[in-house]
Design a protein around this ligand. Sequence first.
Ligand SMILES: Nc1ncnc2c1ncn2[C@@H]1O[C@H](COP(=O)(O)OP(=O)(O)OP(=O)(O)O)[C@@H](O)[C@H]1O
Length: 290
Amino acid sequence: MKAVEIKQLTKFYKKSRGIEDVSFSIDQGEIFGFIGPNGAGKSTTIRTLLNFIFPTSGSAAIFGKDIVSETKEIKKMVGYLPSEVHYYDDMRALDLLTYSAKFQQYAHTQRIQELAERLQLDLHKKIEDLSFGNRKKVGIIQALLHEPKLLILDEPTSGLDPLMQHTFFELLREANQNGATIFFSSHILSEVQKMCDRVAIIKEGKIVQIDHVEALTKNNFKKVKLVLPDHEADNLSLEGIIQQQKQGDQLTLLYNGHMKDLMIRLAEMDVKDILIEEPSLEEVFMHYYE
Ligand SMILES: Nc1ncnc2c1ncn2[C@@H]1O[C@H](COP(=O)(O)OP(=O)(O)OP(=O)(O)O)[C@@H](O)[C@H]1O
């Protein structure tokens, strides 16, 4: 059974497009990245999965349960961190989390304390007195508290300082080692590259690519840095060059053609130095959006 199975899911807000014909699945135990620019449809997908909004057509299941008719069962298995955390401002963080734990039928006072300590959150402050980042920590604790089988995280690191991001990723890895599946939506590609096994790229409401992070960055593309003398041209024309940029005496190419063709072309040139490396997910990703 898949942790998440989405089949031709479509959501229109009246006439405007949210997502269209989205299909993919996430295996149990996977850390799955979901990336795309603003307005691509990441939150719409997540909100539909959690039954906050109804699909226009298509279907999806979480651990075999239908997202519309069996949402109650799904909620027990899912920890959700929204991109923006809104709470009752007048409550203390501790009271809110204790209330939330009771709601989930979990009396986990010790776990609340433990997570708050690791995230350096003062539980005795009122929500309204917490900074954006500290509110986010309340959301993280709430999502992790009942040790859910699936964690759905929408832009989870926004507002966290680098040290806290590190702690947060540690907590996620621990949850994953204990069996949790993680669905990680983000537009910060470096963190998706660091955390995720596979990634789906969404653009204008449609999935444009699904692959292993490693395959996306390793198999298809190479980043080629050439140092050229002044008399060489500022650009290179060769099939397979996706992008090129000249800075000083350095020409950087994003290339997905045959290596041999590139070698033959370079052999005709006066190349002073060359470096061939794997592009970052960001460099590959940007290409999908041009
Ligand atoms: N409540 C709504 N009413 C009408 N249109 C909406 C609504 N919510 C989202 N949309 C539209 O649906 C599309 C997808 O938006 P969505 O918020 O899912 O994108 P996103 O990938 O999460 O973007 P971001 O990274 O900015 O959060 C956008 O064109 C957006 O304008």
